[in-house]
Structures are given as structure tokens and as C-alpha cells.
Ligand binder design. Sequence first.
Ligand code: PLP
Length: 520
Amino acid sequence: MAHESHDVGDLAGHMTGDQFRARGERMLELIASYWQTLDSKGSPPVMCDKGPGWLLERLPAAAPDAPGGTAEWDAIFSDIEQLVIPALTHWQSPNFYAFFPCNGSYPAILGELLSAGLGVNGMLWATSPAATELETRLLDWMARAMGLPDTFLSTSPNGGGCIQATASESTLAALLAARHRVRTTRDLGPHPEFVVYTSTQAHSSVAKAAMIAGIALGPEDPHIRMVPVKADGAMDEPALARLVAEDAAAGRVPLMVCATIGTTGITAIDRVDRIAAALEAIPAWCESGAWIHVDAAHAGALMLCEEFAHLRAGLDRVDSLCFNPHKWMLTTFDCDLFWTRDRRSLISSMSINPAYLKNEASESGAVFDYRDWHVPLGRRFRALKLWFVLRHYGLSGIRAYLREHLRLAALVEGWVRDDAAFESCADRTMNLVVFRPRPHEGADAAAQDARTKQLMDAVNRSGRLYVSPVVLPREWDKTKRAHLAGRLAIRMAIGATLTREHHVRAAWEEIRRAASNRQP
Ligand code: PLP
């Protein structure tokens, strides 16, 4: 059958290449103007001020039936400005200090565009070798730059890394690999009772992974053990060892410990070296093939900086680690880097070979098929955006960026300490400052929290910045921080791409103003 060559625009309703160029230029212009607006005097409120249903009320109830064509594109651009942008919380604003940052940058955005433009699905090496091999090389680049153990490199006998969408998915992948290894290490009978351990300060994604894997029914289930933390917010290693030994003695099967480097609440740093040492002293742990995973979702970026070498202590004794360049390394969401020193267990836990996926390259064993490294089959060409970020900024540019945010966080920390109206609520370990308004003499816990919430809400309602809350560790009631145990505090994470010193100065002024009920 003869094939004619068609511009896709020849088909009813398709956009021509020339129309795509013109609309693409307009879209890039819109994005660049949006970013510029975020860093200007007329910037919109950082936290969205629209109520529930605001956008739903303005959207048609049904999808359009007729092709929209050229006129529709004018309407689409107008809707982006009139409907979509007003209903956004502006994560890329320089005044976004809530949660952890979710970085974007122009080089990464161009990578996203190219990934969509090339439109490949890198599920197998054979379905686009470049998608797999670029990713493999970048994971090795990053492992070396971060000083990770050589056992995580793709060139090592059993290690390697891949890009997962999120840290949550990495934790799940680690857990599935752990279960596979433990089940194939010894005979556990038909219904082993697995247990996962993490600290009370770990991200909820650890409990969620245990729930998805069928190990725990819910976050309160005893098969996910929340290990108490110490005064610095890090996992209490002797408490962990006691729980693991107790479970093993009772016939339960310790499966995985998830340590956190940079907890979500206060960026506490679990001592991975001490955790590994405590576990290695338990014979049942050593015999079981159980797994240590490290969640460094936010803080992993700092491993690029030599002054944070302490974050790497003990990583030579863990089975896997993940970190998100989409948090604090200029790479647009989604991009989580996951490494393991036991890729065989990971791959075996998820590999199935239906006839339609079989191919010579896979069967040769000479290639990575990343579909076996995580839950989905299909995968986007995410490596492009990370590649562009690394080539554009270079490691030294990224380090300078991180260090500038650390400098700004130190400034804010100093302002908190020097101002009697505020109380610092946790030691600063990186770019997060945790504080609250100093409680009135004799105020009970509820009154203290109400005051903190009132300040946070006032600041966020001002539209000039966005901060988020944390409930401080309840275990602190047995430490020198007893008065802060379980109390509400305000988190200010300094890590948005556009944040500079004048932004944090203005933010602090706004916080002080709100705390003293002054008008702007
Ligand atoms: N782990 C930690 C320590 C986090 O702080 C977060 C999110 O902030 C996550 C995991 C979840 O990240 P993701 O959205 O990539 O799953």
C-alpha cells in the first residue's frame, strides 16, 4: 500500500507544524511572563485565595464536541490567564516557603518540552535506547557527585539507579525488593508477618508504602512501627533495635527500616551509621536479608556539598536511597533519583515477561529495562530535564545555589533568635527554620497553638508569602525540649528557585508585622 506523507495538520482537527510553532512561541512567552510576574511588585497572592468550587463553577459541564480550531486557541490562552492562574498556589514564587520547595527552572522546562516533543516511551531499553542510557549515565554522574558508595553505580556487579516519579514510589519499590529478598533468603511459610520500621518523624509515604504492599492495613497498624525520636528529632537507634529484636523473638519478620535524612517536619537527620550498627548487632536481622532504605527526598541535594559529608555516614551499609531533584535541585516535578546496591532483588520483585515485551536486547541481559525497576510499565523521558539542569548550571552552579539558600536560612534563624517576640523551635540543620510566636506567660498548650496558628494564617492570608505548619515531636516531653512537645510551629523552608535575600528580608518583616498586629 502506498503511503502519502502528511503534515499532521492535514487530518481533521490536527494542528499544523506552523501553527504549533506559533502557539508554542506564545506558550513560552506566557510561561516566561508568568515567572517574571511572580518576582515583581504586582505578583499574585502566593497561596491561592480562591474558595472550593471557584474554578468548577467557571468551567463548562461537558467537553467540547466540535473542533475548536484557531479561535479556540485564543480562548484557551485567555482561560489560562483568567481561570487557571488565579486558581493556583504559586510554588515558583520567590516567597513560597511552605512544605519543601518544588523547584522549576527554564532549563528543566525545556527538558520537559523536549520529552513531550520526542514522545517516546522508555519502558524497555529497546523502545528507545537513548532514554535508558542517558538515565543510567546521569544516575552514575549524580552518585559520584554526591559521594555515594560505588556499589550504587550501574557499573558495579549488582547496583544502579533510575528515575522514579516520586520519593513515595521509591520507598514502595525498596519495600517490594526487600520483601522479595527476605522471602527468597529463607523459608518463611505461607503467611509471614512482616514488619516495617521508620521514625515517628518519617514522611507518611513510608506507612503508605506498607499499606499498598499489603503489610499494614493503615498508618496505625502495628506492622508499621513508628520508632520514637531523640531530642534532635532523629530516630532513637536503641529503641529501634529493641523493637526489631522483640519482633524477631515473637516470630514476626523484620523487613525494612526506612531512615530519613532531612525529615519533613524539622529536617532532622537520622544517623544511618548508628542505625546500621544497631541492626547489625541483631543476629535475626543479619540472617533475614532485611533491607535499609534511606529517604533523603529533600536533603539529598546537599550531599553535593563537601561540608555536608556527614549526611553520607553509613550509606555504604544501606540497600537503597532516594532523593528528589524536583525538590531543591532546579528540576521540575517529577524527578526522584533512586539507587540500590541490589538491583537483582528489585528487578526480580517486579519483572514479568509477557510475549509482547520480549526482545533480543532484553534477552541478551546486556541492557537495563527500567520498567522492572518500578510499578508502571510506561515511562517518560525524564532524564532530559535533569541532563539540561546539570549541563546548564554545572555542579558548581548547583552548589552555589544551595549554599545561597543555606546562607539565607542562617539569616532568618538569626532574626528569630534575636527577636524576643519569637521562639526558635528546632535546631537548623539545613534550609528550614522552625519557629513560633513566643507564648504569653502562663498560656496553656491550646492557647499557644492557637496563637501560632493565628500568626501563620495571617501571614498566609496576606498573600505576600506562604509558610506551613509542623507539630513538633511528642516524644520531646522526655527531653530538654519538653515545653515544645506536640506543639504547633511554623516552618519556613528557603529553597525556591527565585528566592533572594531581599525576599526573605521582606518575608521576615511581614511575619514580624503580623505578629505585632501592625498594618502593612
Ligand atoms: N519523603 C520526605 C522526607 C518528604 O519530605 C516528602 C515530601 O515532602 C516525601 C518523602 C514525599 O515526596 P514525593 O512527593 O516525591 O513522594
